[in-house]
Write a protein that binds this ligand. Structure first.
Ligand SMILES: [Zn+2]
Length: 162
């Protein structure tokens, strides 16, 4: 690999790298293979499976105790491959709300935070409650159609609870 600035061949080494390209300020890759330019000292990690790195970052975010911050929300949305408007549809908010969460203009409240995490886990693993996959449909209908009636017949109750 050649240095994009100096056009000289870069050396290989093992080192630590702050992985800012993921959009988070606090991700360090420790003891990873890297390239280093002998002239300008530019460093670039050479991670064979960057999606595995992203998966591990996501796992830590999903398990964190505090509410997700702006950059974390953006990271997880991108991991899902969703646009802001698509995530907004899934969570039942408008696109502006997602934008405000991701710029830090407003804080995601704890219940949306939890919903987002459940949704993320469901999309990635399919193990969160299956009903979450229905949200998009339900929300899309909500604006134009009254909720359909829930009909419970008396004769069915005895059977159900007998
Ligand atoms: Zn260089």
């Amino acid at each position: 690999m050649y240095c994009p600035q100096c056009k000289v061949e870069m050396n290989e080494k093992i080192g630590d790298y702050q992985y800012r390209q993921c959009g988070l300020d606090n991700v360090m890759l420790i003891n990873v293979p890297m390239y280093e330019c002998p002239t300008c000292k530019l460093e670039a990690p050479r991670i064979p499976n960057i999606s595995d790195v992203h998966r591990r970052i996501a796992e830590q975010l999903i398990g964190k105790e505090s509410v997700l911050d702006a950059k974390e929300i953006r990271f997880l949305r991108k991991e899902l491959g969703l646009k802001e408007v698509e995530l907004a549809d899934y969570l039942g908010v408008d696109k502006v709300t997602v934008s405000r969460w991701e710029t830090g203009a407003s804080k995601m409240d704890a219940s949306y935070d939890r919903l987002f995490r459940l949704f993320f886990v469901h999309k990635k693993t399919g193990t969160a409650p299956a009903a979450l996959s229905l949200f998009k449909k339900v929300i899309a209908k909500e604006t134009s159609v009254r909720p359909s009636e829930i009909v419970i017949r008396g004769e069915s109750l005895q059977r159900a609870f007998a």
